[in-house]
Design a binder for this molecule. Sequence first.
Ligand code: 13P
Length: 297
Amino acid sequence: MLCSTRELLETSRRNVYAIGAFNIYNLEGVRAVVDSAEANFSPVMLQIHPSALSYGGTGLVALCLEAARASTVPISVHLDHSTSEKAIRAALDAGMKSIMADGSHLPYAENLAFTKAMTQLAHARGAAIEAEIGRISGTEDGLTVAEKEAKMTDPVQAVEFVKATGVDALAVTIGNVHGEYKSEPRLDFKRLAAIRAAVDVPLVLHGASGLPPATIAQSIQLGVCKFNVNTEVRQAYVSNLAQSLQNSPLKDLLDVMQSGIDAMQAVITDKLELFGSTHKQHLHQSPYADMLAASAV
Ligand code: 13P
């Protein structure tokens, strides 16, 4: 069933687990996420990066929305890391109700102004906004400790930012990076606890690929209720495709695609277990459930 991100995050926060938000690019990705979630009775989020949106267009959004509607588990469809009003408007026009307005590359005051404007736009269209302060990079190699800390989310600024913008969820930067961790990930849990104590919207952690189980568990205990996952699933897909084609280049295309789906599903299932969202489907309610119940009488 198609669910709102707000409902998914509030319910997971109340029950101390987290929602996996997986970046998808095509039908195989959507199938892998939905099949894993259904097999594990787990809520989940389908996430489209703006570059995937410009590639797949409204067809990709329609595919995700339809897959969510047809699914037996609660699913929301989210636009990831959008730095432009144009892409956000395109996503809203295509029917998406969950958007990350990412102004984290901007100076703080400009990030605040951009996020506030995008939140007003999204709320007017019934959509929820995730935003970020601090700056997550691809890798932290070569930075001094002071440089790393300067890019992290400041708890005091987080309070002001959430209040001034009216965002529905906040992505935090506490030592997490996108892509592969070049050394053992070390998250600043003291900072996370301070942010949790200071702001009351659900917290999001990007760059969940490669985070050890204990780090994920502690992040959930300290209030993270959405993890973004891309790299590990993409790597599983691409290396499976390469292997399939190397082993037998003339293999039936459907078999090649199914094998890619299976490879992604193994990673996704593993993440759903780590996030604690398996067998939690029954805790969620479709925003349309009341309406459907009323019309059935
Ligand atoms: P990874 O690619 O490191 O899993 O991060 C994904 C992400 O944060 C997408 O927003």
